[in-house]
Design a binder for this molecule. Structure first.
Ligand SMILES: CC(C)(COP(=O)(O)OP(=O)(O)OC[C@H]1O[C@@H](n2cnc3c(N)ncnc32)[C@H](O)[C@@H]1O)[C@@H](O)C(=O)NCCC(=O)NCCS
Ligand SMILES: Nc1ncnc2c1ncn2[C@@H]1O[C@H](COP(=O)(O)OP(=O)(O)OP(=O)(O)O)[C@@H](O)[C@H]1O
Length: 209
C-alpha cells in the first residue's frame, strides 16, 4: 500500500519522458523540480535568503527569481552551487517528506513516483521503497542537454559534472531504464518494469508482507 518509487538519473537522461509514461500507466508523480520552483516564490523565506546570498541581480524586474542568471552563477562555480544547495535543499526535502507522508497515510493503492534528479545527492533514497535510474551514454546526454537547454558544450559539461556520475547512480539503482535508443524502446522498458512491479506487489500481499 502506498508504495513509492524514486526515479532519478542524470540531467537530461530522460526522467521527464519516463515519468510521463508512468503517469499514463496510473502513477502519481511527485516532481522535485516543480517543488524546487515552488519554494522560491516571491515573498517566501527561500527567495529572501537567495537574494541575500547572491544579490539583486538574480531577480527579474517583477520580483521573481531569474533562473537563467542564478543557473549561470552557480553552475560555473561549485562553491556557489554548494551555497545555493544549503539554502534550498532542506526546504525541498521537507516538502517532499510532507507529500510522501500524505501519500502513505492516504491508504491509496496508487503507486507514487518521486521524480528527483538529485535523489542520491540529497540522501533521499531512504524516503522511497526502491530506486529506478534512467541511464544514457555521455555523448547522447551531452547532445540532448545542449539541444534542449540551448547550452554551449562547456556549459552542458559543467552541469553534468555538478551531479554524482550517472555510472554510480546506475550501480546503486534497484532498476535501470536504458534511454539511449528511441522513446518507443524506453516506453517498452517502462511498461515491463511496471508490470514486474505489480507482480512483485501481488506476491508480497498474498504472502502477508
Ligand atoms: C539553479 C536553478 C535556478 C536553474 O534553473 P533552471 O530553470 O535553469 O533549471 P531547472 O531547475 O529546470 O533544472 C534543470 C536540471 O538541472 C539539474 N539541477 C538543478 N539543480 C541542481 C543542483 N543544485 N545541482 C546539480 N544539478 C542540478 C537537474 O538535473 C534539473 O533537472 C535551479 O536549477 C535551482 O533552483 N536549483 C536548485 C534546486 C535543486 O537542487 N533542484 C533539483 C531538485 S532536487
Ligand atoms: N529516447 C530519446 N530519444 C531522443 N530524444 C530524447 C529521448 N529521451 C529524451 N529525449 C530528449 O532529451 C531531452 C532530455 O530529456 P528529459 O527532459 O526527459 O530529461 P530529464 O532527465 O527529465 O532532465 P532534467 O534532469 O533536466 O529534468 C529532452 O529534450 C527530450 O525530448
Amino acid at each position: 500500500m502506498g508504495r513509492v518509487i524514486g526515479l532519478t538519473g542524470g540531467i537530461a537522461s530522460g526522467k521527464s519522458l519516463v515519468s510521463a509514461y508512468l503517469r499514463e500507466l496510473g502513477a502519481q508523480i511527485i516532481d522535485a523540480d516543480e517543488i524546487a520552483r515552488r519554494v522560491v516564490q516571491p515573498g517566501g523565506p527561500v527567495l529572501r535568503e537567495i537574494v541575500a546570498e547572491f544579490g539583486d541581480a538574480v531577480l527579474n524586474a517583477d520580483g521573481t527569481l531569474n533562473r537563467k542568471e542564478l543557473g549561470r552563477i552557480v553552475f560555473s562555480d561549485p562553491a556557489k552551487l554548494d551555497r545555493l544547495n544549503r539554502i534550498i535543499h532542506p526546504q525541498i526535502l521537507a516538502e517532499i517528506k510532507m507529500l510522501l507522508n500524505k501519500h502513505r497515510k492516504s491508504g491509496s493503492e496508487r503507486i507514487a513516483v518521486l521524480d528527483a534528479p538529485l535523489l542520491y545527492e540529497v540522501g533521499g533514497e531512504g524516503l522511497v521503497d526502491e530506486v529506478w535510474v534512467v541511464d544514457v551514454d555521455y555523448p547522447t546526454q551531452l547532445k540532448r542537454l545542449m539541444r534542449r537547454d540551448n547550452l554551449s558544450e562547456e556549459d552542458a559539461r559543467r552541469r553534468i559534472a555538478a551531479q554524482i556520475p550517472l555510472e554510480e547512480k546506475v550501480r546503486r539503482a534497484d532498476r535501470v531504464i536504458d534511454n539511449r535508443s528511441t522513446p518507443e524502446d524506453t516506453r517498452r522498458q517502462v511498461r515491463r518494469l511496471w508490470e514486474e512491479l505489480h507482480r512483485r506487489h501481488r506476491v508480497e500481499s498474498t504472502s502477508g508482507k
